[in-house]
Ligand binder design. Structure first.
Ligand code: NAP
Length: 363
């Protein structure tokens, strides 16, 4: 029998992508859609409507008639014991508390009862919480056992920030094979990464690049070190290489592009780097949402391009091109990557985490 799931924040840009990721899923079925009081009581299709009446659907395909007609509930009224797994894609605002505290309170209420896979940052930096990328740090999953000390019957597992995901995936094989001393990265991030409600105004981004995304650089630095950190069965010791990044917003709908410069601990040729990247990630091949290759390499120097490459392996591959030596850094290597921010970087990446947790016996 399939496991029933709820999607919290189902009307948002990340939340919408859960619909194609879960419709016809072999292990999971959508039972509940929840969002804010703005959407509560409406059918899903009506909750997606903008004030003009147009349907604000930004994910691929279209929801099935069954999903369109589901009634969206207020997340405050959602009883997590009515489903097997909860997926969250909602940052909550409440007067008198920070966004993080309000979102933690929401996710903790679910995690007390059920496995909760989150796309938000609310719990990412807690000591008893792993930030999981299947294929990269599967062993960190065992940390969720410690969450029973909070009195929870379930647990919370966040995925990384969507800008961290592709970089951590490409760094992991390099770290394992050659070690890393320093990582420098500049991102060119898609508009959908800013969400639908907060968003970026069309007039601000048209003909423009915005050189700052609040809080993003700190998240990427901290999360990369935690994800690639060593887990000794009790705690994660963050990886000790330095990460420096500049995160920018560009006029692209979906797909974050990143220029990455790595100073390796040991010398490696371009061919060595390509080999370890292309061989990486086979241990999740049995998961239904896993891409056939985690890292897809391009030899054509005009790739990766968001428009052409973001949907490779249904947006679950990290696409890498322009791998070359960097003479400006000791043992320097540089490359360009592309990662789909609302698929691998959000909803379908969270579904992949749930699949891993099922396979490993935590769900
Ligand atoms: N966009 C991305 O590429 C991406 C990638 C990775 C992670 N994320 C994370 O995913 C989360 C959502 O981002 P987004 O881009 O999808 O934002 P968004 O498009 O603005 O959507 C926000 C969603 O949150 C819902 N919401 C607001 N208050 C709520 C409440 N009290 N209870 C339940 N739902 C509530 C909204 O419902 P209404 O429609 O009813 O207002 C909407 O569904 C953020 O934490 C973000 O960092 C986003």
């Amino acid at each position: 029998m399939k496991k029933s799931v709820a999607i919290i924040g189902a009307t948002g840009l990340a939340g919408q992508q859960f619909i194609p990721a879960l419709q016809n899923h072999p292990w999971f079925e959508i039972k509940t859609l929840a969002a804010s009081e703005r959407s509560a009581g409406k059918t899903y299709i009506d909750a997606l409507r903008e004030p003009s009446g147009s349907v604000g659907w930004w994910a691929e395909g279209f929801p099935s008639p069954d999903v369109q007609n589901m009634t969206v509930i207020n997340s405050d009224d959602f009883d997590p014991t009515t489903v097997d797994v909860v997926f969250t894609a909602a940052e909550v605002e409440k007067e008198g508390v920070s966004k993080r505290e309000a979102t933690q309170a929401l996710e903790a209420r679910f995690a007390q009862a059920r496995p909760t896979i989150s796309t938000t940052s609310a719990f990412r930096y807690e000591d008893d919480v792993p930030i999981l990328i299947p294929g990269v740090n599967n062993a960190h999953a065992a940390l969720v056992k410690q969450q029973s000390q909070r009195g929870w019957k379930g647990f919370v597992v966040p995925i990384p920030n969507c800008t961290t995901t592709g970089m951590a995936i490409t760094l992991k094989p390099l770290y394992d094979a050659f070690g890393i001393n320093v990582v420098i990265m500049t991102s060119l991030q898609a508009l959908s990464g800013a969400g639908r409600r907060g968003g970026v105004l069309g007039l601000d981004i048209l003909d423009n690049v915005i050189p700052y995304i609040v809080g993003e650089e700190e998240k990427v630095q901290r999360e990369t070190q935690k994800i690639l950190g060593a887990f000794d069965g009790t705690q994660i010791t963050p990886a000790d290489f330095k990460v420096s990044c500049t995160c920018t917003r560009v006029n692209v709908q979906d797909g974050h592009t990143e220029a990455v410069f790595v100073s390796l601990a040991k010398p490696a040729s371009v061919e060595d780097v390509k080999r370890v990247m292309s061989e990486y990630g086979r241990d999740i091949a049995d998961l239904p949402s896993a891409p056939p290759q985690m890292i897809v390499l391009h030899d054509d120097p005009f790739h990766p391009q968001p428009k052409r490459d973001r949907d490779i392996h249904d947006g679950m591959a990290t696409v890498v091109g322009r791998v070359r030596e960097d003479p400006a850094l000791p043992n320097g290597i540089k490359y360009v990557l592309l990662s789909h921010n609302t698929k691998m970087g959000a909803a379908k990446g969270a579904v992949l985490v749930a699949e891993l947790m099922v396979r490993e016996g935590y769900i």
